[in-house]
Ligand binder design. Structure first.
Ligand code: NAI
Ligand code: MG
Length: 559
């Protein structure tokens, strides 16, 4: 882990902490988060711990809740919404009768309650997934037929796209137009893409000499636990299910407590597509109970998680109980570097998309902008001007809205706390920092941010960007890398040599040259350092869901 050290004279360098200090910092219990204090030279003066906010709503008992509800969404759409846990292709009540409330951040009103899984429900789901994994209806289904099921699922998602988009908009506040054009399109494409891969997963033959035949089989890992966040509810479900199903695994997927509805609705479509019972099980539930039970369950072979680095660490620890295979995608503080030869107008537009889309609730958002000194003022003026016009804040069900509320009141409060921190530590607020309505944060831009400022180090996860100035290419690379994260990065320059050299030097899982955040389901997605382990999307994700088995065939070595 690295932290920033600022030397006198404005030259920055990274300083590694000793292994002992790292261990001390990482040895947080699950309720505390370290806050680092810097002295005037930028070296760490002290570390304190504040209570880490838990954004989940707590569950309550309500065993008379029906298994379906007739809902009417704010756009008038009538939806038959499943409320139960989806296990063995059926919606069932939680054993304890516990439920959680799905709330919309648009006005903090309750949408409905859904059943919330407890450890005993996870147990039932694991048994269903294990039986399905062993049942010939799934284990002996040909890869091409698995692909056909995924194609059918993609078609059904397409058919129900208005409902699924409406559910995500209602549940987490993302503009409906964005949900349809981006989340739904990406989810459908992801299912189709992995449908195509199902019959193309092959092993190798390895020539070790004439007396032996060696080949590998790429076999499914088994029962997979998948824990997803709230920022792209349906899309994260598709990213997780696609490669796991294409390779023949069975699944227990837990949605985020802030956004359980679209995953449950998808459960119906999974059954309709023809997946055998128990292949996909979908649980609503809280992280600390249901999520923790999945991460530590000895009947689960693999865990795939997307969410905070903080929770990622807890999951890794819990998953060590039976050495689960792990894929983790966590947070970021991704830099966007603009050199003085760049097309500034394009840099402005991409930088806006890179941080303001989804109200900044994007793991790979380019939330730090580093600008070369000659174009620093020009970039900031144009960026502020463009951002104040391009972000249309409003009711996410309105056609024109591009910027909805933060996912929850607590998440909103967290972003606003960073506005205060930014001001207090001496960065200059040049746009926003205000709240036009409950749970909404206006696009917020800070300039003259220094590397040791909290807003340059911690993931804000809001429409909030920290801009600072650099002189040389070497300085830009060093400062881009001065973070404990390594998810995405963007570079703007017309010099192709520089573009590729800088891209190679940046410590990140993904680098965009002259764009930002235009990811694609066919391209590997994931991070280095504390941004994660493994890759989602593309062919690379298949490796996360298969084990290579080596078969040795003796062709004549006689003893
Ligand atoms: P979180 O990481 O706590 O939640 C993500 C998922 O993990 C949810 O399904 C949650 O129920 C589950 N979870 C929570 N605690 C768990 C545990 N002990 N064991 C197993 N599962 C557990 O994130 P949260 O609280 O929703 O947001 C906090 C911050 O995390 C955000 O401000 C943002 O910085 C970051 N985040 C990053 C995301 C990404 O895409 N990488 C997505 C969501 C949040
Ligand atoms: Mg909600």
């Amino acid at each position: 882990m690295r932290f920033i050290s600022q030397l006198r004279g404005g030259v920055k360098r990274c300083q590694s902490l000793s292994a002992r200090s790292q261990t001390k910092l990482l040895a947080q219990n699950t309720r505390q988060k370290p806050i680092l204090h810097f002295n005037s030279q930028g070296t760490i003066k002290s570390t304190t711990h504040i209570h880490y906010r838990n954004f989940s709503s707590s569950s309550h008992r309500m065993s008379d809740l029906p298994l379906f509800a007739e809902l009417t969404a704010p756009n008038g759409l009538k939806i038959k919404q499943p409320l139960g846990l989806f296990i063995n292709n059926e919606f069932v009540k939680s054993v304890s009768g516990r439920t959680l409330t799905s709330v919309t951040p648009i006005n903090d009103k309750e949408i409905t309650n859904v059943y919330a899984a407890q450890p005993e429900d996870v147990d039932i789901a694991v048994k269903a997934a294990r039986a399905a994994f062993e049942d010939p209806s799934w284990s002996e289904l040909s890869p091409a037929d698995r692909g056909q099921l995924l194609y059918k699922l993609a078609d059904l998602v397409d058919k129900h796209r208005d409902t699924l988009a409406t559910l995500d908009t209602w549940d987490m506040g993302k503009p409906l137009s964005v949900c349809k054009e981006e989340d739904l399109a990406e989810s459908i494409n992801t299912f189709r893409y992995y449908a195509g891969w199902a019959d193309k997963v092959t092993g190798k033959t390895i020539d070790v000499g004439p007396s032996k035949l060696v080949y590998t089989r790429h076999e499914p890992i088994g029962v997979c636990g998948q824990i997803i966040p709230w920022n792209y509810p349906l899309m994260m479900t598709a990213w997780k299910l696609g490669p796991a199903l294409a390779t023949g695994n069975t699944i227990i997927l837990k949605s985020a407590e802030q956004s359980p509805l679209s995953a449950l609705y998808l459960g119906q479509l999974i059954k309709e597509a023809g997946f055998p019972p128990g292949v996909v099980n979908i649980l609503s539930g809280e992280g600390k109970t249901c999520g923790a039970a999945i991460a530590s369950h000895e009947g689960i072979d693999k865990i795939a998680f997307t969410g905070s680095t903080f929770t990622g660490r807890a999951i890794m620890k819990a998953a060590s109980v039976n050495l689960k295979n792990i894929t983790i995608e966590t947070g970021g503080k991704s830099p966007l570097v603009i050199f003085d030869d760049a097309d500034i107008e394009q840099a402005v537009k991409w930088a806006h998309i890179g941080i303001m889309s989804n109200s900044g609730q994007v793991c790979c958002a380019t939330s730090r902008i580093l600008v070369q000194e000659n174009v620093y003022d020009a970039f900031i003026n144009q960026f502020v001007d463009f951002t104040s016009k391009a972000s249309v804040i409003g009711d996410p069900f309105n056609e024109d809205t591009s910027h909805g509320p933060q996912v929850s009141k607590l998440q909103y409060e967290r972003v606003m706390e960073y506005v205060e921190k930014g001001k207090k530590e001496g960065a200059k607020l040049v746009l926003g920092g205000t709240s036009p309505n409950a749970n909404f944060v206006s696009p917020t831009v800070f300039k003259d941010v220094e590397d040791h400022h909290t807003i340059s180090q911690e993931e804000v996860f809001g429409p909030f960007v920290a801009i600072s100035k650099f002189k040389t290419q070497e300085e830009a690379i060093k400062r881009a890398n001065c973070t404990s994260y390594g998810l995405g990065a963007a570079v703007f320059t017309k010099d192709i040599t520089r573009a590729h050299k800088v891209a190679a030097k940046i410590e990140a899982g993904m680098v965009w040259i002259n764009s930002s955040n235009d990811s694609h389901y066919a391209v590997p997605f994931g991070g280095v350092k504390q941004s994660g382990i493994g890759r989602e999307c593309g062919e690379y994700a298949l490796a996360n869901y298969t084990n290579a088995k080596a078969i040795h065939v003796n062709l004549g070595t006689m003893l």
